[in-house]
Design a binder for this molecule. Structure first.
Ligand code: BT5
Length: 251
């Protein structure tokens, strides 16, 4: 059964993820979506920030209450990236790439970031998946013009938020339902790999918390971890920041 979406809209929030977590603790059902016109303290991974100027992007979070084994929960991030890729194609006719694990790219620049966070609630452990999509050229963070882009920059025209939001929710329902099936992890990894140039054969550098490694991508593990072939063998990366080395060499 797919979740039943319920959308709550806000003029301004510090962070839609924080609001979704608060509502999850208050008992919100799976499928609660939080949307804000702006975020004043939008967050990325590792205490980084997500720049979220007013009416310039989609700032969205959704509550999941997954019942499947917890070692598959990291696939929620990949599932969300697949859904964003579908929604941008459907609503904006925009083809995007996915960079492991959580960036959606257009022309090699970051258009969307995804942040999944677990939250302890009286109804059990929940997961909030936050999605930020740069819609207009005003969403681009200062100083990141070479690394970031927006739907407007990538397509050459403005797109409304509502059709993109609707397409995103449809895609999330579809891929979350798939993930819940017995062969869900394999399915999501297949869908992700079909949409990502980073899945196989990409020369990358990975910045892990205490180590940097360079190698060529060799697909994903069943839990979504990235396999990287290095001179000393295959390494399994569970978390880290990935840089495409070919692109950097060309710059
Ligand atoms: C992410 O983190 O990419 C996850 C971003 C998730 C944002 C959504 S918005 C709705 C929901 N509510 C929240 O509070 N968060 C979620 P990370 O991979 O750590 O990337 C963060 C980095 O991306 C920053 O350090 C900047 O370098 C860059 N960045 C910040 N704002 C950006 C933007 N609008 N567009 C592109 N890059 C940005």
């Amino acid at each position: 059964m797919a979740f039943i979406p319920k959308i709550l809209r806000f003029e301004s929030l510090p962070s839609t993820n924080a609001e979704a977590a608060r509502q999850a603790i208050d008992g919100a059902a799976e499928g609660l979506c939080i949307v804000a016109r702006e975020q004043t303290a939008g967050r990325g991974r590792l205490q980084r920030e997500w720049i979220s100027p007013k009416d310039s992007g989609l700032y969205f979070s959704i509550v999941f209450r997954p019942q499947f084994e917890q070692n598959a929960w990291s696939l929620l991030t990949l599932m969300a990236a697949v859904a964003v890729n579908d929604a941008l194609r459907e609503a904006c006719s925009l083809e995007t790439d996915i960079k492991w694990p959580n960036d959606v790219l257009a022309n090699d620049r970051k258009l969307c970031g995804i942040l999944a966070e677990t939250v302890e609630t009286p109804l059990g452990r929940a997961v909030v998946v936050g999605i930020g999509i740069n819609l207009t050229k005003h969403s681009l963070p200062e100083g990141l013009e070479l690394l970031a882009t927006s739907v407007e920059n990538a397509t050459g025209r403005r797109h409304d938020l509502e059709p993109l939001l609707a397409a995103l929710i449809v895609a999330l329902r579809k891929h979350y339902s798939a993930l819940k099936e017995a062969d869900g992890p394999e399915k999501i990894i297949r869908e992700w790999s079909a949409r990502s140039s980073y899945a196989e054969g990409k020369l990358i550098r990975v910045l892990e918390s205490n180590e940097t490694l360079v190698g060529t991508t060799r697909g994903l593990e069943r839990d979504g971890a990235l396999r990287v072939e290095t001179p000393t063998g295959i390494r399994i990366v569970h978390a880290g920041d990935v840089t495409n080395l070919r692109r950097n060499q060309e710059l």
